[in-house]
Design a protein around this ligand. Structure first.
Ligand code: NDP
Length: 448
């Protein structure tokens, strides 16, 4: 499967040991395809068992979260923190609260986070965590009780120089606030552990928008470099209208694009004249059911109850910003057939392996999530700096830094892609650029 025998053997053994962890194996397979370009030339990688160490989390913490719902019933959920790699800094990565959460999903996310964080140039190791607790359908009080009980266990494993969690799917400002409050109460110190905090207690301006805006800054670099072009008049479709998708839509619109379709779990809306983003903003803030309500405000728009049909909408640029493996082979075939020329991942691993290959084979510009969506964690890194300095930056300062970081990530991925393979292959470029930094740190620190 890989050119390197070392990678073949290792992939065989990791597959046998983790045979039920499909997402984790998918992330490793994609990464190893890129590593083929470097391991054959550098025997130290094999001699120092770098890949063996990289794919195994440094620590997996699994715990019970017990909480009482509004009816007085006692509930038990599973909590996790996977501290993947601390070679270049304290563990850093989001917490996901969603019914689908399991060890495989958190391992793939923690693994990818390690290289994403390395790409930002900031000193942050990789981690991920969360719970199979679903925030949907829960009252505010239930979410508060769950978040507090989750932190009652997690607090002993984290700290400003140890591990700094943030949000992800199902974890936004509200959940971060409840967890942070409990952390502060137990520890009796205000260290800023957790990012994505509210502005009134140490959060950074620009963090809410950072992932979505960062995706657009990255796409802008791609358009400039590969096509001498920009967002103006481009037709854009976006899956997911959560923290990432919504702000990607707002930035794309601000940069001159027409965003015509946007989805959530219930379906997607198509508004041929361009979505009214003030309505999107209002609906996504008020209720999670934006797609089913949008047409009440814009009668010319249409609602389709199948979210994955969004990929059939003709567009220039597609931004999958919802969840893993949401863009599959049928979706990319429709995109290619309808003239889409660029796909950038706002979500983590939203495109399946065969779908990614199909896009590359058809010469579609493709930005992998670990590069394109790194803006969120980059601004989380800036939030850590501001907390450590006890001095907040203005929105303009943060946004300017974010734009520079995204341009720099593109440059690193592009440079490595050009060095090792085709200059358009940002999957290989991003994997190698992220790997090189972590690899060097691991070599320097000895066998651990
Ligand atoms: P949110 O929970 O805020 O939003 C997720 C959105 O995706 C919601 O609109 C949800 O709909 C929708 N959705 C979920 N599943 C599907 C589906 N199968 N089809 C269509 N829509 C769907 O999460 P985030 O925006 O924070 O995260 C989205 C992705 O981006 C994840 O992969 C995450 O790991 C990644 N990411 C997030 C970062 C961040 O800073 N938040 C940073 C980097 C990556 P509904 O509301 O109806 O459930």
């Amino acid at each position: 499967m890989f050119k390197s025998e070392y990678l073949n053997e290792l992939f065989k053994s990791v597959s046998e040991r983790n045979s039920s962890q499909h997402e984790y194996l998918q992330a490793i397979e994609e990464f190893f395809e890129s590593m083929d370009f470097v391991v054959l030339d550098d025997p130290r990688i094999c001699e120092n068992a770098i890949m063996e160490r990289l794919i195994e989390p440094e620590r997996t913490i699994k715990f019970r979260v017990t909480w009482i719902d509004d009816l007085g019933k006692i509930n038990v959920n599973r909590g996790y923190r996977i501290q993947f790699n601390s070679a270049i800094g304290p563990y850093k990565g989001g917490l996901r609260f969603h019914g689908s959460v399991n060890e495989s999903i958190l391992k793939f996310l923690g693994f990818e986070q390690t290289f994403k964080n390395a790409l930002t140039g900031l000193p942050m190791g990789g981690a991920k965590g969360g719970s199979d607790f679903d925030t949907r359908g829960k009252s505010d009080r239930e979410i508060m009780r769950f978040s507090q009980n989750f932190m009652l266990e997690l607090y002993r494993h984290i700290g400003p120089d140890t591990d700094v969690p943030a949000g992800d799917i199902g974890v936004g400002n509200k959940e971060i606030g409840y967890m942070y409050g409990m952390y502060k109460k137990i520890q009796n110190e205000v260290t800023g552990t957790l990012t994505g905090k509210g502005l009134s207690y140490g959060g950074s301006l620009g963090r809410t928008e950072a992932t979505g805006y960062g995706v657009c800054y990255f796409v802008n670099e791609m358009l400039k470099t590969y096509r001498n072009d920009d967002f103006k008049n481009k037709i854009v479709i976006i899956s997911g209208s959560g923290k990432v998708g919504k702000y990607a839509a707002l930035k794309a619109h601000e940069l001159g694009a027409k965003v015509v379709a946007l989805s959530d779990i219930n379906g997607f809306v198509y508004d041929p004249n361009g979505l009214d983003l003030s309505i999107v903003k209002m609906l996504t803030e008020d209720s999670p059911e934006f797609s089913t309500k949008y047409t009440e405000y814009r009668p010319n728009a249409t609602f389709n109850p199948v979210p994955s049909d969004i990929w059939k909408v003709p567009c220039d640029i597609a931004l999958p910003c919802a969840t893993q493996n949401e863009l599959q082979i049928e979706g990319v075939k429709a995109l290619v057939e309808n003239g889409c020329f660029l796909v950038a991942e706002g979500a983590n691993m939203p495109t399946t392996l065969d779908a990614t290959k199909y896009l590359q084979h058809h010469d579609i510009l493709f930005a992998p999530g670990k590069a394109a969506n790194a803006g969120g964690v980059a601004v989380s890194g800036l939030e850590m700096s501001q907390n450590a300095m006890h001095y907040p930056w203005t929105y303009a300062e943060v946004d300017e830094k974010l734009e520079l970081i995204m341009a720099d990530i593109f440059k690193k991925a592009y440079t490595q892609a050009r060095k090792y393979t085709d200059h358009r292959n940002l999957v290989v470029g991003a994997n190698i650029a992220g790997f090189m930094r972590v690899y060097q740190a691991m070599l320097d620190q000895g066998v651990l």
